[in-house]
Write a protein that binds this ligand. Structure first.
Ligand code: ADP
Ligand code: MG
Length: 590
C-alpha cells in the first residue's frame, strides 16, 4: 500500500485535520514496513504514534550481538543513539525517536526481537491552522521514515570508514555496535563479580566522576577534572572474560564512611555510586563505576506522605502517642521522612544504602553525648541512624555508604573510612578508629556477620534493643491505586512528577530516577500494580509480579498496548516502590 499512503496524504492536503485518522494502518516501502498506530486528533494534541520495522532477513545484523537479552538492550541503546544521528542527517525534526541519557537501559524506543528490528517514533503531523499539510506529511511518512529505517536497520549499508569520516561517535558503524555491546557485557560481568569479592561498589581508576554542571549529566572536561585513583588498600583488579582488566577502588560490604573537607568531592563520589546501579556509555567517565544494583539513595524529604510504615527502629514514643510500627502522615518531618524512606528502601529490597550528610536530617543521623545527657532517651523519640547502622548490617545484611564531613560520630561504627583530599581518596580507617578508641575486632565482636541475635553496638533507648527494620508486610487495598477518573490514570510530568488521577506524586527526592522516560515507565508500572492489588497481595509481592512481567515480556508487556507503547524506560523495583510510597492516596488493609 505504498503509493496509497502518499496519494492519500496528497488528497488530504488542505482538508480539516480530523480526516487524518484515515491513514491509520500498515504500509510497505521496500524492506521497511510502516505502521501508523495512532493519529493525533488535532495539531496540538500529543503527537501521533508510528513504527517502522525491518525483518531480520533484510536487516542482516550479526546474530551474536542481537540474540541474548542483555545484548539486545545494549544494541537497542546503540540503535537509539544512532537513530537520532540518522534523523539529524535527514534533517527531519517532525520525527521523534526519543533521546537517551548517559545510561544504557531497557527502553521501548527500539525493539529487537526474534523476527526483526523496530523503531517506535512520535510524529507531529504538519498542519496550517487546522488544515492538513498533505504533501509535507507524505514527505515525512513515505520518504523520510522509510529512508530512516533503511539507513538504521540495513546493517550491510553500515560502514566503519564512513562513520569515522564524519568524526561522529553515533553514526552507525559495525565497530561502534560491537564496542557498545561489549562494553555493556563487561560492565555486567564486573557487577556480577562484586558479590563474590564481598564488594557493594566499585570505582575504576581513571573514572571522571564530576559532571559539567549541576543540571547536566555529561562528564566534566577531562582537563578540568581529577581522574579517580584508588587508595592502594582498597584497590582491586578484576579480569574480565573479554580480556579486559579493570582496576579500581572496591567498597566492601559493611559500613563505609566518606570524610573530607568541604568541596573536596565527597558528594560527587556518592552520586556516582547512586548512578552506578545503571551501566553507562563509553566516554561518560563512569563506565567503571559499578554499584550493587539494589543500592538506594536515602534522603530527608519533609512534607512527603507516609502510609503505614514501621519506623519504630528509628522513631518511638512520640508525644502524641502515635504507634510508629504503622506510621502514617500527610506531612512528614525531616527525620520521619528519612526514616520512612529508609525502611521503604529495605522493604523494596535494598541491600545497600547511600546517604549524604548534605541531604540528611541531622537529628535522624546523630545525637551527641551532651545532648544524650541533657535529654533522657525516653524523652527523645529518635534513635539516630548512628545507633542503627550496625544492626542494619548484622540483622538485615544491609550495607551503608555514608558521606559525613561534619561529625566523627560514625567513626566507631565504620568498617572503612575513606578521606578525600582535593578529590583524591585515601584509606584512613585506622586513624579514625584510634581517635575514638575502637578496633576492627571490637566491631567484629559487637556485630558478628548476620548474627540474628547480635546486639546493637550502642543502644540508648530502653526497650528498643531489637529493632525491626521490616515490619509485617504492607497490603494495599484493592482500590489503593484506582483513582476516581476512568480515563488515563498515570502519566509522567517531567522526570520528577507523576500525575496520578487528580493527584500528583512528587518524585524530586527520588535521586535514581534518571529521566522522563523512566518516570513514564514508573507511571505504567503503577497502572499495572493497580490491576494486581486485590486487598490480599502484599506490596512487595506485587512489585515482584511487575518485575516478572517486565522480565518475561519487557516494557511492552506492562502497557497493555498491542502496538506502540510510547517511549518508556524500565525503572528499578526501588523507584516503582518509591513512587507508590509517595502516593497520597495509598490505602492499606494492614
Ligand atoms: P563535597 O561534597 O565534598 O563538599 P562535592 O562533591 O560537592 O564536594 O564537589 C565540590 C565541587 O568539586 C563540585 O563542583 C564538583 O563538581 C567538583 N568536583 C568533584 N570531584 C571532582 C574531581 N574529581 N575533579 C574536579 N572537580 C571535582
Ligand atoms: Mg557534599
Amino acid at each position: 500500500r505504498q503509493s496509497n499512503l502518499a496519494s492519500a496524504l496528497h488528497n488530504l492536503d488542505g482538508r480539516s485535520y480530523g480526516n487524518l485518522k484515515q491513514i491509520r494502518g500498515r504500509y510497505t516501502f521496500g524492506p521497511a514496513t510502516v505502521f501508523i498506530d495512532r493519529v493525533q486528533a488535532d495539531p496540538f494534541a500529543s503527537p501521533s504514534k508510528v513504527r517502522v520495522r525491518v525483518d531480520r532477513a533484510d536487516a542482516k545484523f550479526p546474530l551474536d550481538l542481537t540474540t541474548e537479552r542483555a545484548d539486545r538492550i545494549a544494541a537497542s541503546d546503540y540503535l537509539l543513539r544512532s537513530g537520532n544521528e540518522v534523523l539529524a542527517k535527514l534533517n527531519q525534526r517532525a520525527l521523534i525517536l526519543g533521546r537517551p541519557g548517559q545510561e544504557i537501559l531497557e527502553r521501548t524506543n527500539i525493539l529487537i526481537d526474534d523476527t526483526g528490528f523496530e523503531a517506535r517514533l512520535l510524529v507531529n503531523l504538519p498542519a496550517r491552522g487546522r488544515r492538513i499539510l498533505g504533501y509535507q506529511a507524505a514527505d515525512i511518512l513515505t520518504r523520510d521514515l522509510p529512508e530512516f529505517a533503511e539507513r538504521l536497520f540495513l546493517f550491510e549499508h553500515w560502514s566503519d570508514a564512513r562513520a569515522n569520516q564524519g568524526g561522529n561517535a553515533h553514526a552507525p558503524s559495525p565497530r561502534g555496535l560491537t564496542d557498545h555491546v561489549q562494553l555493556h557485557r563487561d560492565q555486567l560481568e564486573l557487577r556480577s563479580h562484586l558479590g563474590e569479592a564481598e564488594l557493594i561498589g566499585f570505582v575504576g581508576n581513571g573514572a571522571i566522576l564530576p559532571r559539567t554542571s549541576g543540571d547536566s549529566d555529561l562528564p566534566m572536561k577531562s582537563s578540568d577534572a581529577v581522574a579517580f585513583t584508588s587508595p592502594p588498600e582498597l584497590e582491586h583488579t578484576i579480569d574480565l572474560s573479554s580480556g579486559r582488566s579493570v582496576s579500581g577502588m572496591g567498597i566492601p560490604r559493611g559500613v563505609t564512611v566518606i570524610v573530607g573537607g568541604g568541596y573536596h568531592g565527597k558528594s560527587t563520589i556518592l552520586r556516582a555510586l547512586e548512578r552506578g546501579v545503571y551501566p553507562h556509555i563509553a566516554g561518560d567517565g563512569r563506565e567503571w563505576v559499578i554499584s550493587d544494583p539494589t543500592a538506594t539513595s536515602i534522603r530527608a524529604e519533609d512534607g512527603r506522605a507516609v502510609t503505614g510504615d514501621d519506623i519504630s527502629a528509628f522513631i518511638n514514643n512520640l508525644p502524641s502517642g502515635t504507634d510508629t510500627r504503622s506510621f502514617s502522615t500527610t506531612n512528614a518531618s525531616g527525620s520521619t521522612s528519612q526514616a520512612a524512606s529508609l525502611v521503604e528502601a529495605i522493604e523494596a529490597g535494598a541491600q545497600t544504602l547511600l546517604i549524604d550528610e548534605d541531604t540528611s536530617a541531622t537529628n535522624f543521623m546523630i545525637r551527641d553525648e551532651r545532648m544524650r545527657a541533657l535529654i533522657p532517651a525516653e524523652r527523645e523519640p529518635i534513635t539516630p541512624f548512628v545507633d542503627r547502622v550496625r544492626p542494619l548490617l548484622t540483622r538485615q545484611g544491609v550495607s551503608t555508604v555514608l558521606v559525613a564531613g561534619g561529625s566523627s560520630a560514625f567513626f566507631e561504627v565504620a568498617d572503612h573510612v575513606i578521606a578525600l583530599d582535593a578529590y583524591v581518596p585515601s584509606e584512613v580507617t585506622n586513624q579514625a578508629h584510634e581517635l575514638v578508641g575502637v578496633t576492627a575486632a571490637d566491631l567484629e565482636s559487637a556485630s558478628p556477620d548476620l548474627d540474628p541475635v547480635a546486639e546493637p553496638v550502642r543502644d540508648t533507648v530502653p526497650g528498643s534493643d531489637s529493632p525491626t527494620f521490616s515490619a509485617a508486610p504492607r497490603v494495599p487495598t484493592a482500590k489503593a491505586l484506582r483513582p476516581v477518573s476512568k480515563t488515563k490514570t498515570a502519566r509522567a510530568k517531567g522526570s520528577d512528577k507523576i500525575q496520578f488521577g487528580r493527584d500528583f506524586i512528587d518524585l524530586i527526592a527520588v535521586a535514581q530516577l534518571v529521566d522522563t522516560q523512566q518516570a513514564s515507565g514508573v507511571a505504567e508500572a503503577l497502572e499495572y500494580l493497580a490491576e494486581i492489588f486485590d486487598g490480599r497481595t502484599a506490596l512487595t509481592d506485587a512489585l515482584t509480579e511487575v518485575e516478572d512481567m517486565l522480565d518475561a515480556q519487557g516494557l511492552d508487556g506492562i502497557t497493555g498496548h498491542r502496538d506502540h507503547p510510547g517511549h518508556l524506560t524500565r525503572p528499578r523495583r526501588q523507584e516503582i516502590a518509591a513512587a507508590l510510597n509517595r502516593y497520597r492516596g495509598l490505602n492499606l488493609e494492614r
